[in-house]
Design a protein around this ligand. Structure first.
Ligand code: DOR
Ligand code: ZN
Length: 344
């Protein structure tokens, strides 16, 4: 049976949430990833060093027995963030700060309402060597949701990148050919994460034959040409593109609703589905770079020491998982076939 062994991977973008939910999300990720960049969009958001330290402890307490999994913490930027906040966050080991344009996604209302005033904060981050992680979408009502990523590149990202050439920037969960082209043509301090859903699906998978709320995430799935651009770039093994699942749990009722939440909970199948995609692309030799090398290299962190093994074997992703609070959640790709399986 075909199998593939790669250095232990990391997840460079996910949502663990908080409280009880950590007992579900942390083990799910720690089963195969050694580290993860943990998003700070909690309620209330993680806006200072003290909150970061406390949240980190709660995550560590939810690790399975014996697990060496390491959460990498991030700071939630607002228009009230000060240079002092950056310095103190850095002192407690925070690796990055997250820029959400206010209203762009889940729990982002308190985030950045105006970009210009926050430029001194980017300057401090550049000085401190703290990475800037960007949810790259404009939020103006008049801009079509399918154009919001491109509009963000044209109106904001280009200027941020030119103004701060030494600031390391991760354009998170990119969804368009425009984003791929932008990252490829930018300097080496600009990289991007790509999710399993944006590699596997396009907007037809969300809208044809009925609305499929479990495929709804933000940035929203785009048309097929964009999906193809993402698949093409990962198959080339370009080191600017690396794994970030954006695994983002929402309970079943919150997704299957008249106003459903955005997010795909992929932690239980992410590494398997990425492998499935790289196999489809005939690019299994590029999986290890994407999953285990390029992210660590970009963040300036050591690559992991262990390995994981996957075998080519069909399995069906469960229809639902019961959360520690007793409520069901529908995992990403529920009921569908995955062609690769992680073995111990
Ligand atoms: O689909 C998404 N869900 N996109 C995000 O940017 C946030 C995430 C969440 O927190 O639910
Ligand atoms: Zn996210």
């Amino acid at each position: 049976m075909a199998q593939i062994k790669i250095q232990t991977p990391d997840d460079w973008h996910l949502h663990f949430r908080d409280g009880d939910m950590l007992n579900e999300t942390v083990p799910a990720t720690a089963r195969c990833f050694n580290r993860a960049i943990v998003m700070p969009n909690l309620v209330p958001p993680i806006t200072n060093a003290k909150m970061i330290e406390e949240y980190r402890k709660r995550i560590l307490a939810a690790r399975p027995e014996g697990s060496k999994f390491e959460p990498l913490m991030t700071l939630y930027l607002t228009n009230e963030t000060t240079r002092e906040d950056i310095i103190l966050a850095k002192e407690v080991g925070t690796v990055a700060a997250k820029l959400y344009p206010a209203g762009a996604t889940t729990n982002s209302d308190a985030a950045v309402k105006s970009l210009e005033p926050i430029f001194p904060i980017f300057e401090e981050m550049q000085k401190q060597g703290m990475l800037l992680l960007i949810h790259g979408e404009v939020t103006d009502d008049h801009v079509d949701i399918f154009d919001r990523e491109k509009e963000f590149i044209d109106r904001h990202l280009t200027r941020i990148v030119t103004t701060f050439p030494e600031l390391k920037i991760v354009f998170e969960h990119i969804t368009t050919k425009d984003a791929v082209d932008f990252v490829v043509s930018s300097n080496d301090n600009v990289a991007a994460t790509i999710t399993p859903q944006h590699l596997l699906l396009n907007r037809n998978d969300m809208l044809v034959g009925g609305i499929r709320p479990h495929n709804y995430c933000l940035p929203v799935l785009k048309r097929n040409i964009h999906q193809q651009a993402l698949r093409k770039v990962v198959a080339t093994g370009n080191k600017k593109f690396f794994l970030g699942t954006d695994s983002a749990p929402h309970e079943k009722d919150m997704k299957e609703s008249a106003c459903g939440c955005a997010g795909c909970y992929s932690a239980w199948s992410a590494i398997e589905l990425y492998t499935h995609v790289f196999d489809e692309l005939d690019a299994l030799d590029k999986l290890e770079g994407f999953a285990s090398h390029y992210g660590a290299d970009f963040y300036g962190l050591p690559r992991n020491e262990g390995t994981i093994t996957l075998v080519k074997e069909d399995w069906t992703i469960p229809e639902q998982i019961i959360l520690p609070n007793g409520n069901p959640i529908v995992p990403f790709f529920a009921g569908q076939n995955c062609t690769w399986k992680l073995i111990d």
